[in-house]
Design a protein around this ligand. Structure first.
Ligand code: NIG
Ligand code: FE
Length: 395
């Protein structure tokens, strides 16, 4: 029985546990529920009427409670912005990987303090919208010192840090891309690996080809990093196959797929992390999410927050897009934004509200979790709890 320091959230109209053993359907939903939190963890979930007595009670008045969102793909550390590029794109210009160089220039020129201030600001933006776990990539430094600095800055907001030295070839290596791949897979990785959990690469025309990505990912694996890959965002490549072959935790974007890619994902342990905010902000075709889900692929949703293709920190916006544009049901989209994100990061302590999990949750100012898609653009995070502490919201 939980005792001192514990609190109970009661009067939950609908509780999403994401554990089918605890409640109905894939979301493991319970009605009229309560959650007991102790020492930063979920200690108990069940019917409000059965809740054990604890020191402190927070009655949420029939609101819905969902696991905190797990945003498994962001490029949160950068300086400057590219609003003119966005305006030009909305006037008909296509996105190209070349825009990344502008952010690399601005990011290299910024002080570390400035980068910390900016990432903290974006971090609090996403927390206030209900994201309690976030992955952050480097990739706007592209030399040893600057990539290391970005990972150090990312440490202020998350443990889920990804080394993305292979984002694009920087201007100073324009005539020596092999030399740059050697640097990334060698000295840069050497310095970056102790600061990161993951290695990623951008497998795309204009960035790196599949063999260059293989080199970088295998070098990352040799340094003990887990694997992630940006693939098939702008066109088809064998990137999905590479990610599955190497046992990557996640392959991200997945817009241009062939049936064999879907088969490879379905028979692998690799999660397809979809980022519809990028397609929205680049006016590109959306990923074939329905085909992925129908084939049994594990799908996650993420913001891809970056100043080029998707300058949003809002997982509720991504959920609404996934329902409207990717044809996920509201329940599928919520699962993908919570348990799916956790699978993409190979975490079993987040994304679910069950005894033993981290007490990371969002009380929605809504009676039903589908309001996340039903009321797009409306701030619904009434209370955000991370590690058992209220970190945002007015509730
Ligand atoms: O995930 N695809 C590569 N990287 C980012 C875009 C970065 C940028 O435009 O600055 C993405 O969409
Ligand atoms: Fe990205």
């Amino acid at each position: 029985m939980p005792a001192q320091g514990a609190f109970v959230l009661s009067g939950i109209g609908r509780l999403v546990t994401n554990d089918p053993e605890l409640g109905a359907g894939v979301l493991g939903e319970l009605a009229d529920a309560a959650v007991v939190v102790q020492d930063g963890r979920v200690a108990w979930v069940g019917a409000s009427s059965d809740a054990p007595a604890v020191d402190r009670l927070i009655d949420v008045g029939g609101r819905a409670v969902v696991p905190g969102f797990v945003d498994a793909h962001t490029h949160l550390v950068f300086a400057g912005e590219r609003v003119e590029e966005f305006e030009a794109r909305m006037a008909g210009q296509p996105w190209s990987a070349g825009g990344i160089a502008a952010t690399v220039g601005a990011t290299r020129a910024a002080s570390k303090e400035e980068l910390i201030r900016r990432v903290e600001h974006l971090g609090s933006e996403l927390l206030s919208q209900g994201t309690t776990t976030v992955e952050v990539k480097s990739g706007y430094g592209l030399d040893v010192a600057h990539e290391v600095r970005l990972l150090e800055v990312a440490r202020t907001v998350t443990e889920e840090r990804t080394f993305l030295g292979a984002h694009v070839v920087p201007p100073e290596f324009a005539h020596d891309r092999d030399g740059y791949v050697r640097l990334v897979a060698g000295a840069m990785l050497e310095e970056a690996a102790p600061l990161a959990r993951w290695v990623d690469a951008f497998c795309e025309a204009g960035a790196f080809d599949v063999e260059e990505c293989r080199t970088v990912l295998l070098a990352g694996a040799a340094h003990g990093l887990g694997l992630r890959l940006h693939a098939n965002q702008l066109g088809w490549s064998p990137g999905i196959q590479l990610a599955c072959e190497l046992g990557a935790a996640s392959v991200d974007h997945c817009t241009h797929l062939r049936p064999a890619d879907i088969d490879a994902l379905a028979s692998s342990g690799t999660v397809a992390t979809l980022v519809p905010g990028a397609e929205f902000s680049t006016r590109s075709p959306y990923a074939p999410a329905r085909s992925l889900l129908d084939a049994g692929v594990t799908v996650a949703l993420a913001t891809d927050c970056n100043p080029g293709t998707s300058y949003t920190t809002s997982m509720p916006f991504v959920i609404a897009l996934a329902v409207r544009e990717l044809h996920l049901s509201p329940a599928e989209a919520l699962w993908a934004a919570t348990a799916g994100g956790a699978a993409s990061l190979r975490r079993n302590d987040v994304g679910r509200l069950r005894p033993g999990a981290r007490a990371d949750l969002v009380v929605l100012d809504a009676p039903h979790p589908a309001h996340l898609a039903y009321r797009p653009g409306v701030p619904l995070a009434w209370l955000v709890v991370k590690d058992g502490k209220v970190v945002a919201g007015s509730g």
